[in-house]
Write a protein that binds this ligand. Structure first.
Ligand code: NDP
Ligand code: MG
Length: 384
């Protein structure tokens, strides 16, 4: 029986992960976390008989009537999830917290010899060298949950790392694919949240509309597979059926196909190295669905170029890019910044940011803080 801690249990990935765990007889949940959705978290904890939960928001944690849950330990505050990882015995930690807030728990998982199933791509964007260095030092595997990276993980294993010429990430193109900049000046939050193929949390859905999600994924792939940026390609594939491809030395192109259903990569990571049955839709090869591929429009959507620019400067710049993006996306969702303003704020902060590697968590936090302040200042000056 594998003991699993699910962080970000109340989110899109977290809820799907609990379904995957419920469907498999050899997995059990030993810890759960959320930010403020305590009603759902406590319901999950009671039904799964989980003895320890973490709640990041102190305000939300204060509303939990402890006398109703005598058998559940509640760790509250922003460091609660990392404490849960340190204190609760587990075999695997699924990190599905959104944003920089997930980094501390990724490091705690590896420091405590837990296998890390990683949905929180921001951990690698902010502190890629630190996270992968720690995993290597501990001899631990990071199992990607992000669908493209799960596909690449499988393809690279199949081909053999030495045979890989380059990897290709596919992007749906988001809800604004095909539009020019002038058609994006007044897009609303509701339009940006209407993703054509995937149903996900708000932040990643906006990242998909700006294509910053793909920019973050290029950085994620660089760290996970130890590849230089010029060997990581991006192609727009609106059907989201091909999740990634690998070009191998002999000219062959290996592809990973399947329905756009996150339960598939979640199950792969949680059951690894076993493969289990998942009730995902089967792709009908004779159903007449065409597969299209095109180059991303980097003039309208500069995010991938910005991610490469930050990647070339080093970890400090990718950390700054992430912090600026989180700040700008929040401002857009709150009705402040315009849609096009998101990448403009990120571009400014990346250009101002220092480069180089970040060797400690404290150094990462300092760059994150600086970049958030810069971005917040720009957002407030540009907000209407
Ligand atoms: P959601 O917004 O749906 O869920 C986020 C989860 O994190 C919730 O449980 C939320 O709690 C919790 N959370 C939010 N803020 C904090 C915080 N400051 N501290 C601790 N916990 C916090 O996000 P998704 O599930 O969509 O995404 C999670 C991660 O997985 C992201 O990094 C995303 O990029 C990645 N990912 C997601 C995919 C998807 O299909 N959704 C696909 C590939 C990657 P609460 O509910 O209380 O707010
Ligand atoms: Mg992805």
């Amino acid at each position: 029986m594998k003991r699993v801690i699910v962080l970000g249990a109340t989110g899109s990935i977290g809820v799907q992960a609990l379904k995957v765990i419920a469907a498999g007889a050899d997995l059990c949940v030993v810890g759960l976390s959320c930010d403020r959705n305590v009603a759902l978290l406590m319901e999950q904890a009671v039904s799964l008989r989980v003895g320890c939960v973490a709640i990041a928001s102190l305000q939300a944690a204060a509303t939990v009537p402890a006398e109703l849950y005598p058998e559940i330990d509640v760790l509250s505050g922003p460091h609660g999830a990392a404490r849960l990882v340190r204190e609760v015995e587990a075999d695997i930690v699924l990190n599905a917290i959104v944003g920089f807030a997930g980094l501390e728990s990724s490091l705690a998982a590896l420091e405590n010899d837990r296998v890390l199933a990683l949905a929180n791509k921001e951990s690698l964007v902010c502190a890629g060298s630190l996270v992968t260095g720690l995993a290597a030092q501990k001899g631990l595997q990071i199992l990607p949950v992000d669908s493209e990276h799960s596909a690449l993980f499988q393809l690279v294993r199949a081909a053999g790392a030495d045979a890989v010429e380059s990897v290709v990430l596919t992007a749906s193109g988001g809800p604004f694919r095909g539009r020019g900049r002038e058609e994006l000046t007044a897009v609303t939050k509701e339009e940006a949240l209407a993703h054509p193929t995937w149903s996900m949390g708000e932040k990643i859905t906006i990242d998909s509309a700006t294509l910053m999600n793909k920019g973050l994924e290029v950085i994620e792939a660089h760290h996970l597979f130890g590849l230089p940026y010029e060997r990581i390609e991006v192609v727009v594939h609106p059907q989201s059926l091909v999740h990634a491809l690998v070009r191998v030395k002999d000219g062959a192109l290996l592809a990973h196909l399947g329905a756009a259903d996150m339960r598939v990569p979640i199950a792969y990571a949680l059951h690894y190295p076993k493969r289990v049955t998942v009730a995902a839709e089967r792709f009908d090869l004779t159903g007449g669905k065409a597969l299209e591929f095109a180059a991303p429009d980097e003039d309208t959507f500069p995010a991938i170029r910005l991610a490469r620019e930050a990647g070339a400067k080093g970890d400090a710049a990718t950390c700054a890019l992430n912090a600026a993006n989180e700040t700008a996306v929040r401002s857009f969702l709150e009705g402040g910044l315009s849609f096009l303003g998101i990448s403009e704020v990120v571009a400014h902060v990346v250009r101002e940011s220092p480069g180089g590697t970040l060797g400690t968590y404290e150094e990462v936090v300092a760059v994150d803080d600086w970049a958030r302040r810069e971005a917040a200042d720009l957002c407030s000056r540009r907000s209407h």
